[in-house]
Design a protein around this ligand. Sequence first.
Ligand code: ME8
Length: 516
Amino acid sequence: MARRFYQTTPIYYVNDRPHLGTAYTMVNADALARWHRMLGDDVHFLTGTDEHGLKIARAAAERGVSPKEWADRTSELFRSAWQALSISNDDFIRTTEPRHRTSVRRFMQAIHDNGHIYLGEYAGWYCVACEVYYPEAELAEGRTCPVHAKPVEWLVEENYFFRLSAFSERLLDWLGRDPAPVRPEVRSNEAASYVRHGLEDISITRTSIDWGIPVPWDDAHVVYVWYDALVNYITAIGYGSDEERFRSWWPASHHLIGKDILRFHCVWWPAMCMAAGIDPPAEVFVHGFLTVGGEKMSKTRANQIDPLELASDVGVEPLRYHLLREVSLGADGDFSYESLLARYNADLANNLGNLLARVTTLVAQKLGGVGPAPGERSVVRSAFEQGIGDIRAAWGASQPQLALERTWALIGAANAELEASEPWKLPPGPELEDVLGDALEALRLVAILAAPAMPAAAATIWSRIGLPGAPDEPGRAAPDGDLAWGRYPGGLAVLKGAPLFPRRRTEEPGASVGVP
Ligand code: ME8
């Protein structure tokens, strides 16, 4: 049976609209999901929106609409933005859906029945933007939120508490498992040190608002938004409604998140799973922040970039490529329009675009448009064979940046070989056929390797060199699939089309799209 791979992203708050930071998470999760489909894995890819809680209730009230109306409107912006960016999610969950309400109530009841929830009183400093209470010691100057730099509010409530403190040992055991469930290692260490520092029980219900899911045994309370939101990962695969489906997908989950929500995913969520009697997730991969001029992109800082505006300027796939290629997943990275254009010209117009244009032009001019098979003694073959192993390993380690860097090194090697053998000077004959056959084979492999980042461009390359089907078919990158040198059959009709990535002038109008 195919291996199951359940890829998730955070579900985004509907007080905000999609921006380049959330698009960054989406494009990375999408590329990983696409790679796993190409490996032949059985993939389920989930995203969605987080719609309950005080922050959303206030955002709606400010606009004079009901929270549900507001959530309907904004959730749709996320759904359509992800479609526009070619995100291949299989499901889109909204926490206001009936399926989620059922699942959260079952999950809460299970934890309650297992004796991990009790009634108590909570008083503390609350940041509405984070939807979280902060201990006095963690507040920034002037009693402000350490993340949002906004004043926190003193709230007193009778709440139900989750006995998080009882899970320290089991959390440390989980964090210490091999293979490590939290990656990169620095984030695993951060989660462990948070646990070692001493865990306090957490307040998981609210009586001060009613925009949430009622607690099953006490409907004067609604479930705290984070406790509700995290459960989305199991709702979507049938928790509480389809036990068999749930068992078939859980815990094969790969949660991709930003470092801002590490504590919730690497401490709270695994403890919640343990308390409810289910396994904690298989993996949480924590990525860094995309910054603009060194500052995190966020609504509060008003430095957000609209990914759709950028995509309509440079193209969806060049934007996807840049987001994946510029920053190593896990590290922070700064976004600039200048580096986007520079990378477009260097990697897409010059390197990849050039290889395709040169080869298709030469086949048209010198070989009557019929692509030859690769030669017996290929110069680039060993570079490809070695490189493909590294590229597989990079995708397997959730490192799209490295995988693409290595893929583009292979494109560079194929171009260098053309420059060395100068096929434009060769007469038609076996020598020319060998050189062009090798270059066509290089393009075939590159189309497969680039497909998780740029599925449409990869499909164009594939069809221009005369291959049937698509480069990203399930199983194409499986160990016994088509990532072996020498599969370009020859005798295919090669098409010289328009430039795949026309060169951009860096001083073109629009050169400052969305960037302050
Ligand atoms: O936290 N750089 O939702 P959210 C990189 N609803 N990634 C960024 C980013 C940036 N500048 N800005 C945002 C929530 N992100 C909760 C999640 S999950 C059960 C509930 C991405 O709308 C990154 O993935 O604030 C981050 O973790 C997420 O958006 C936060 O989205």
